[in-house]
Design a protein around this ligand. Sequence first.
Ligand code: SF4
Length: 164
Amino acid sequence: MRIIKISGIIKESVVDGPGFRLVIFTQGCPRHCRGCHNPDLIPAGGGREMTAGEVLQLIKQNISPLTGGITFSGGDPLMQADALLEILRLVREEYPQYSIWVYTGYTFEEVKTWPVLQYIDVLVDGPYEEDQRDISLAFRGSLNQRLIDVPASLTGEIRCLTLP
Ligand code: SF4
């Protein structure tokens, strides 16, 4: 059983993917991007240690009738990829109707062979680049970040969602 460090949860976010989404924030990211909008989540020492089962319970307690999907952000959830895989497997079994989005500082090319990718619908990839900041972008902060359609991209060329 693997432990993951969680820093918080938001019940109904509208900025971390389409619709009202339940967002789990993981703790820890070594990148220290200039302008990071979650600097409190960078230190690996913070947050709360939880098992995959405990995270599933946390999700169950916060699901609402409005929930349209589940997003993992941080920090960088893929820094704890093995533990995240256990969580996403449970989430898929319990809530197959919800799309799973994951934000990461890795690029898709760097992680496309990782087992955890099989459970992710959309990967918002790449670190935040302050000199490419664009507040008109949907669900991401800088132009270099992509909304990768993971199932489609794992079977062929990289496919991105077409949002403004
Ligand atoms: S990858 Fe994301 S969480 Fe990590 S430092 Fe950069 S902006 Fe912050």
